[in-house]
Design a protein around this ligand. Sequence first.
Ligand SMILES: NC(=O)c1ccc[n+]([C@@H]2O[C@H](COP(=O)([O-])OP(=O)(O)OC[C@H]3O[C@@H](n4cnc5c(N)ncnc54)[C@H](OP(=O)(O)O)[C@@H]3O)[C@@H](O)[C@H]2O)c1
Length: 284
Amino acid sequence: MTIAVTAVSGQLGAAIAKALIAMNMGETIVGLARSPDKAQGLGIEIRPGDYDHAEQLRASLAGADTLLLVSGMAAPENRIQQHRNVINAARAAGVKKIVYTSVQGAEEGTAFSSIIQSNRQTEADIRDSGLNWVVGRNGIYIEPDVEYIDNYRKAGEVANCAGEGRCGYTTRCELAFAYARMLTGEEHDGHTYNLHGTPLTQAALTDHLNRAFGTELTYRPISHAEFKADRIAELGEFIGTIIAGIYQGIHAGALDNPNDFEVAAGRPHQSWDDYFGSIQLGLK
Ligand SMILES: NC(=O)c1ccc[n+]([C@@H]2O[C@H](COP(=O)([O-])OP(=O)(O)OC[C@H]3O[C@@H](n4cnc5c(N)ncnc54)[C@H](OP(=O)(O)O)[C@@H]3O)[C@@H](O)[C@H]2O)c1
């Protein structure tokens, strides 16, 4: 059996390819990448895979039985068509099963909601494709908060508009393990899974950061308007507005959902004590 993984030049696609290789179940793993040069070093065949190029996708999916589609990064209105290009190419190439990396979040009322809606449309397109399918709705990556530690340290605090909202964070490594299982196990077909670890408030996240990095950060809730202005000043209008929208969703409880990680992965999600303990020991 051949499993194709898209966007293997990116962090999640590469992690899923590595998890499949580590699982070593006898499948051939093929990587697709818009930028094949960035995807060398995985030890698998890399083929061109730009979501805007329907014919290229069809040729690159030749011989694939199962496909992992990593959600793209384009604006929502373009993203839906890009994903349709991949789904149509998969069907034309004879792929029998698609696994899609979707996302959790507020479906309306925030600046992130149009992206959530575009992901929901792709979920529907996949369900309607006639192929076997599995959808994973990913929680929020925790790594960006860890990578942001020097900025938090300078500010002496974590300040955002999530307030008391609990967020189902996850890591790309944990997601990759779950997706490798979802790709290779027929029992997952036809399921939509929320994939995250134990939900955390921002205060709890701040405590974990303090233990891991020896900091004395405090958490300060601020308004959505203040956080949005702060993020736009640092990241620009488009990304800044989206980031503020994600935290607006956390505040509203849209990232505090029932969790299917253990069913998908066959084991519980890594605990946050364990994850941040590894950082404290310099293992991550
Ligand atoms: N759950 C979360 O917290 C969260 C946060 C951010 C993003 N996401 C979503 O999760 C996805 C994967 O995350 P990641 O960590 O792997 O992001 P990443 O490291 O930035 O990688 C993004 C990948 O998407 C590829 N890509 C973008 N547009 C493409 C196109 N038109 N055709 C083919 N490939 C395309 C990129 O290819 P190139 O190498 O050619 O650029 C890259 O491989 C993202 O794409 C986004 O949809 C989730």
